[in-house]
Write a protein that binds this ligand. Structure first.
Ligand code: T5A
Ligand code: NA
Length: 218
């Protein structure tokens, strides 16, 4: 009889960073590569704007709706919780789940608006822990020059600078709880191909599957 604890599960890999750092571009390329290599992988975007909660978030981000800072923070977290069971299920089925943003964005952006850091952490407690988070680091001047910067609510230089600081605190928190191996900072400068190579080196054979149960964020 097969023992589920001894079989490999899919890896949970998260891409994080400030707006326009190139996350979506790299996530799409990684999923494409894995599909070409006949590996089982799927993309999970946060916010997932397709759900009922996601539609409220989308309206807020496009400034079509106003919301209290606490309320929108909780909605971003609720949007992750409504996807959490499917993420766990897919990991157990051996599928690599690649997320474009996760709880770390949730904390960094809300804390940058002035909500207490500890409050920001609470709602995401016990969500699935990524096996690796790749934080794509790009100087603000380069992000600002990229197309469409400034279209959504948080895409101002002041907000991005405040969020950058909060992401540093988030990284420290993750390292404090889980050690240095779960969070890696990646230089997001250079061509799309150069960044892709850098990321590939860090991801290594993680997409072949990992051992052990999925952990909890904190
Ligand atoms: N948010 C999110 C919260 O406040 N709380 C939360 O809990 C969560 C999950 C929307 C906002 O929501 C906030 C954070 C955000 O402000 P989103 O839907 O991820 O989040 O935002 P998007 O607009 O989809 O994505 P970004 O603006 O963050 O852009 P990406 O994905 O980082 O960048 P990408 O790949 O789309 O690239 C941007 C542009 O640059 C080019 C691309 O072609 C594109 O035009 N580009 C490059 N150009 C030159 N060199 C490279 N290496 C390049 N790579 C990409
Ligand atoms: Na954006």
């Amino acid at each position: 009889m097969s023992d589920p604890s001894s079989s490999r599960r899919g890896a949970f890999i998260v891409f994080e960073g400030l707006d326009r750092c190139g996350k979506s571009t790299q996530v799409a390329r990684l999923v494409d590569r894995l599909e070409r290599e006949s590996q089982k992988a799927r993309l999970q975007k946060f916010p997932d704007r397709t759900t009922a909660i996601g539609k409220m978030i989308d309206a807020y981000l496009q400034s079509k709706a106003e919301m209290d800072d606490h309320a929108i923070h909780l909605l971003f977290s609720a949007n992750r919780w409504e996807c959490a069971a499917a993420i766990k299920r897919d990991l157990d089925r051996g599928i690599t789940v690649i997320a474009d943003r996760y709880a770390f964005s949730g904390i960094a952006f809300s804390a940058a608006k002035g909500l207490p850091f500890d409050f920001c952490l609470q709602p995401d407690r016990a969500l699935p822990l990524p096996d690796l988070t790749l934080y794509m680091s790009l100087p603000q001047e380069e992000a600002t020059q990229r197309s469409q910067f400034g279209e959504e609510r948080y895409e101002t230089v002041t907000m991005q600078q405040a969020t950058r600081k909060q992401f540093r605190l988030v990284a420290e928190e993750v390292k404090k709880i889980h050690g240095g191996k779960k969070w890696m900072e990646v230089d997001a400068r250079g061509t799309i191909e150069e960044v892709e190579e850098r990321l590939k080196g860090l991801i290594g054979d993680l997409t072949d599957g990992v051992n052990g149960r999925v952990g909890e964020l904190w």
